[in-house]
Design a protein around this ligand. Sequence first.
Ligand SMILES: Nc1ncnc2c1ncn2[C@@H]1O[C@H](COP(=O)(O)OP(=O)(O)OP(=O)(O)O)[C@@H](O)[C@H]1O
Ligand SMILES: [Mg+2]
Length: 568
Amino acid sequence: LNLYVTQTVEVQSPETQKTLAEMQTKNAALQEQLAVQRQLLRELETQLHESQRTCAQLRTQILVYEGEMERAQGQLEAEMQNLEEEKNRVIEEAFIRAESEMKAVHENLAGVRMNLLTLQPALRTLTCDYNCLKRQVQDFPFMLDKAIAEAKQEICQVISEVSSANQELLRKYKREMNLRKKCHNELVRLKGNIRVFCRVRPVSQEEQDSAEAKNMLSFDSEDDAVLYLSNKGKIMTFELDKVFPPQATQEEVFQEVQALVTSCIDGFNVCIFAYGQTGSGKTYTMEGVAEDPGINQRALRLLFSEVTEKAPDWDYKITVSMVEIYNETLRNLLGDNPSEKLDIKMNPDGSGQLYVPGLTEFTVQSPEDINRVFDLGHMNRATACTNLNEHSSRSHALLIITVAGFNSATGHRTQGKLNLVDLAGSERIAKSGAEGSRLREAQCINKSLSALGDVINALRSKHSHVPFRNSRLTYLLQDSLSGDSKTLMMVQVSPLASNMSESVCSLKFAQRVRTIELGSSSSYRRHENSSTSSSPTHDSVEVTQFTHTHTHTHTLIIPVEKAQMHRF
Ligand SMILES: Nc1ncnc2c1ncn2[C@@H]1O[C@H](COP(=O)(O)OP(=O)(O)OP(=O)(O)O)[C@@H](O)[C@H]1O
Ligand SMILES: [Mg+2]
């Protein structure tokens, strides 16, 4: 570009002129191009300077970066060193821990090994035991069968031994029972077949406030067979077989008589009499009241339950009759015509037994039948008289229960009779000065109660002659009073002061009945004499006076017309 062209050409021709012009334009263009190129070069030179400065800047920057990098590397290296140390430490710790853990594990392992070693023999014995048990279990059914068979055999043997022992015991028991029965009969014979109880009725509500209700009677808490009576300043002591105080219940009274009642199932004949003055509680004791029945109903119910228990070995039939004896006339209370008079006759079968032709006998089969029988008896008794209360106190009422048993296995038969008698009032009629029909009633009562006393007396004294025929009552009850029959006299006593003299009479009667057999020989003989002298129209009466010490007795014989008192 720096080529300069300098030519002097002396040619002044047009051609040369034109070529010169062209050359000059070309030169100008080239001059222009050169200027542009110069400008470009300057620009490039500034650019180069710029680049050189930037380059120098970059170089210093690089140096800075390099310094930084060097520092960072140092840091990194230190960091790495730290990390390396840390790593080593951690590894060491982990190693130590692992080692100690390992040691523990080893120890455990040793323990386990040890355990294993000891367990092994235990396991061996267990296995052995197990096998043994297994064998035993397998053998058990056979052993059990064997044991059962042996036990069976033993039991059979023991049973046969026991049964033979039982047979022996049964034989002995029967022998003992027979002995016991004999002893009992002997005891009864010794004590006498006649028992005397006394029952004192309570003071009624109406009597409560009157002077009558004074305490004349007292009881012995230690001895239930003794009664004390204070009469006109004297204390009298009465000893009986049993004394029931006013608070004694119907049930308690029955408890004492139930053995007697059931003995008729065994074939005994039994009589239970309620004796005492009017209003002393005879009917209460025998019949009782609807809500609290007396001996009659309780006896029948007991007999029922007893015979039911004996079934089916024994077949029993219980029949009931009810009769009344008024003015020595026998009336059939269960018959169609209660006013019809009945007779007592000797049985034509030659057995020597008495019987009452036409007497109605009801077979009772249930407790309900008992009530029907009682209702009918009551109704018949009431229709035959105007005032039942008065009438009933002047007549004897008898409930006769027959218990006939048959044992189909042994062919054994029994027959027992239970006579429950509510006697007429025993009061002395001399006091009331009765006349006419009252006197006749009183004489009849007197006669029959005296006859009853005579019969009991003769029986206890074992007389060859017993005056049964002296009254309808004793004649009717002949079978049930003689032989090994049993008699209970329930002497009823009123607690009232105004009744004391009657109470004394009743208690003396009771005492006499009881002590005839056991009494002293003199009074015994005296009594025997008076008894044998007694006839159907007995004319003497014996009064025994007791002193409070009860040590000696006097006997008075007084004509009956004066005292109008039946004996005893
Ligand atoms: N233990 C007693 N408990 C309660 N009340 C009784 C008792 N005994 C008798 N009574 C009553 O006393 C009254 C007279 O008794 P009960 O009629 O039994 O006498 P009784 O001896 O039969 O007389 P009677 O000879 O006149 O027939 C009756 O009201 C009766 O209910
Ligand atoms: Mg009565």
